[in-house]
Structures are given as structure tokens and as C-alpha cells.
Design a protein around this ligand. Structure first.
Ligand SMILES: [Zn+2]
Length: 151
């Protein structure tokens, strides 16, 4: 697992696309056991007024309805440590691995993922962290809303 993986590159592109749309710059990409991209997406809270479309849930949504077998051995790449909702979605569909860009901005359900037998990898990406820094500096209220905090 590295920052050169196609899945991570796609997730980072998605995060940048969200930033350019004025949205929360978090992207994700779901890749199957054979390395094929099943779906990719980014946080759509600002763009769509959505309560549930985070990076990871957008990627799952864009992958569409799939049989359980499609998630076997899959990897969810995400630019930021997954929140409780996205952690739950990864557990529900039994993805095998979660690869995150960073967790300095926010630590989500990493321990819970590990407890449920899901491999967790942190790529310590300075680029992902910088995207979040820029966003939070400009729109702190949108960020706290995203993680369900009053601020
Ligand atoms: Zn989330």
C-alpha cells in the first residue's frame, strides 16, 4: 500500500475536486481484490446539502449496488481517517482494508475497524493534511458540522 496506488491517487483527485467545488476536501475510492476501481467519490455535504455523502459513502454509492462477494478483499482508500458513519459502512460491507491519507486532522473509527478484523494503513500524506488545513482555516463551521460537532 502506497501513495502510488491507483486507488489512493483517485481518492486524492476526488478530494481536490471537492476543494475546487468549495466542498469538504475528502475523497475516497473503493478498489476490489484484483485492483479494479469499483467506485470513487468525494464529500458532498456542501455541494448537495447531504447529511450522509462523505468521501467513503460517496465511493460506495457510486460503486452502486453490489453482491457481498464484490467487497471480498477490497480496499477503501480515503484521504482522511474514516468517521464513525464511514467506519460502519466499511464494516457492513466487509471491506478487507482501509488505507487513509492521514489522521492528524481527525481520528475516526480506526480501532473499531481493527477490532473487526479490517486492516488499517496510514500513508501519512502531507498533501491530504494540507488540503484539510486550508479548508478548516477558511470554513471551520463546515468542518465541525461534517464531524457532528457544534464546534
Ligand atoms: Zn465519514
Amino acid at each position: 500500500m502506497s501513495a502510488n496506488d491507483a486507488g489512493f491517487k483517485a481518492a486524492l483527485e476526488e478530494a481536490k475536486a471537492s476543494a475546487s467545488e468549495g466542498g469538504v476536501p475528502i475523497g475516497a475510492c473503493l478498489v476490489d481484490a484484483n485492483g479494479k476501481i469499483l467506485g470513487r467519490g468525494h464529500n458532498m455535504r456542501v455541494q448537495k446539502g447531504s447529511a450522509t455523502l462523505h468521501g467513503e459513502t460517496s465511493a460506495l454509492e457510486n460503486a452502486g449496488r453490489l453482491p457481498a462477494s464484490a467487497y471480498k478483499g477490497s480496499t477503501m482508500y480515503t484521504t482522511l481517517s474514516p468517521c464513525d458513519m464511514c467506519t460502519g459502512a466499511c464494516i457492513l460491507y466487509k471491506v478487507s482494508r482501509v488505507v487513509m491519507g492521514e489522521n492528524n486532522t481527525f481520528v475516526g473509527g480506526e480501532e473499531y475497524l481493527k477490532q473487526r478484523g479490517i486492516e488499517v494503513v496510514n500513508l501519512h500524506s502531507a498533501e491530504c493534511e494540507q488540503l484539510m488545513k486550508n479548508f478548516i482555516q477558511k470554513h471551520p463551521e463546515d468542518w465541525y458540522e461534517d464531524i457532528g460537532e457544534d464546534k
